[in-house]
Design a protein around this ligand. Structure first.
Ligand SMILES: O=C(O)CCC(=O)C(=O)O
Ligand SMILES: [Fe+2]
Length: 337
């Protein structure tokens, strides 16, 4: 394709993307073997809502296999990928970004969502050879779950809370989701959008990106800041449920993915949330008379329903009251798209 179709043109030619940071304000990179790792994680969650982790313990080979599986899927012919299309009211399968319905323009990307077993959809993509794909997915989810639990215990620790205070944090969650994203090369990347600005409806998201830039985080007072790929590092996003759990102390980060002219970019997001019967509400240890709970209790699926209806205003839809002190960022003022 030589020209960007109007259906995918988000910006006019003279709108230039705004980068707040000229290199000084960088998303933190945290070595998980650092002696003061808990403090570093807490600071990153509070000021950015996103950070990269190194020495995370997930085998490099497995991440490479996951990337290979993802590439194998997205380079299939479109007719074959459509065999595994997401059902109209379904969650799993191949299709456009699920947030597409909130925007007048189409995004320059395709996705594959896996909730529970990937078997049904993988079988449609590769009637004979689905098992190697399924095996990598299962192994990757297991490793991600271990890392997510480790990160949760660091994050809770940084809030002065122990795993004993939050019993569900060590339970096996419901089947967490994997979101595979593909951003093909684009003839006019300055006017296109790979994945529009959003926050994740998770506790945490752990993201692997291929060696191509595109991911950006929004920071209050700074603007959009690129998150450059770092070899063997993973990106960790604070999601909306962690924002609620921390009574607004930790920010769910607004992020987006941009595209480019020459390199096909891929990403794999592990979406981690609480067990399905658990109601998430501000941790009692973090609330008092001066800091009343800012949000009402919600389960993960209830919150996903609010997100599907209100998108970037979902947090305000479960908000109880305005903070008496301080500032809580729930992105109501940020223009998306
Ligand atoms: O592709 C990326 O870097 C971002 C993906 C993302 O934000 C998501 O899947 O929720
Ligand atoms: Fe995301």
């Amino acid at each position: 394709m030589e020209e960007l179709p109007e259906s995918h043109a988000w910006l006019s030619l003279d709108d230039s993307p705004s980068y707040g940071s000229l290199g000084q304000d960088q998303v933190p990179v945290i070595n998980l073997n650092s002696p003061n790792v808990m403090k570093l994680v807490g600071y990153a969650c509070k000021t950015w809502g996103v950070f990269q982790v190194t020495n995370h313990g997930v085998p490099v080979k497995l991440v490479e296999e996951m990337e290979g599986a993802c590439r194998k899927l997205f380079t299939l012919p479109i007719q074959q990928k459509l065999q595994a299309a997401r059902a109209p009211n379904g969650v799993s399968g191949y299709g456009v970004a699920r947030i597409s319905s909130f925007f007048p323009k189409l995004m320059w990307s395709e996705g594959f969502t896996i909730v529970g077993s990937p078997y049904e959809h993988a079988r449609k993509l590769w009637p004979e050879g689905y098992s190697s794909f399924c095996d990598v997915i299962e192994e990757y989810k297991e490793e991600m779950n271990k890392l997510a639990q480790r990160l949760m215990s660091l994050i809770l620790g940084s809030l002065g809370v122990t795993l004993d205070d939050v019993k569900w944090a060590t339970l096996q969650g419901p089947s967490p989701a994997l979101q595979l994203n593909s951003y093909p090369t684009c003839p006019d990347p300055d006017r296109a959008m790979g994945l529009a600005a959003h926050t994740d409806s998770t506790l945490l998201t752990i993201l692997h990106q291929t060696n191509t830039s595109g991911l950006e985080a929004h920071k209050e007072g700074t603007g959009w800041v690129p998150i450059p790929p770092i070899r063997h590092a993973l990106v960790v996003n604070v999601g909306d449920l962690l924002h609620i759990l921390s009574n607004g102390l930790y920010t769910s980060v607004l992020h987006r993915a941009m595209v480019n002219r020459t390199q096909h970019r891929l990403s794999v997001a592990y979406l981690y949330g609480p067990p399905s019967n658990i109601q998430i509400s501000p941790l009692p240890k973090l609330t008092d008379k001066v800091h009343p709970p800012l949000y009402r209790p919600v389960t993960w699926s209830e919150y996903l329903g609010a997100k599907a209806k209100h998108f970037n205003k979902a947090l305000s839809s479960v908000r109880l009251c305005a903070p008496l002190t301080g500032f809580t960022n729930d992105h109501n003022g940020v223009q998306v798209g």
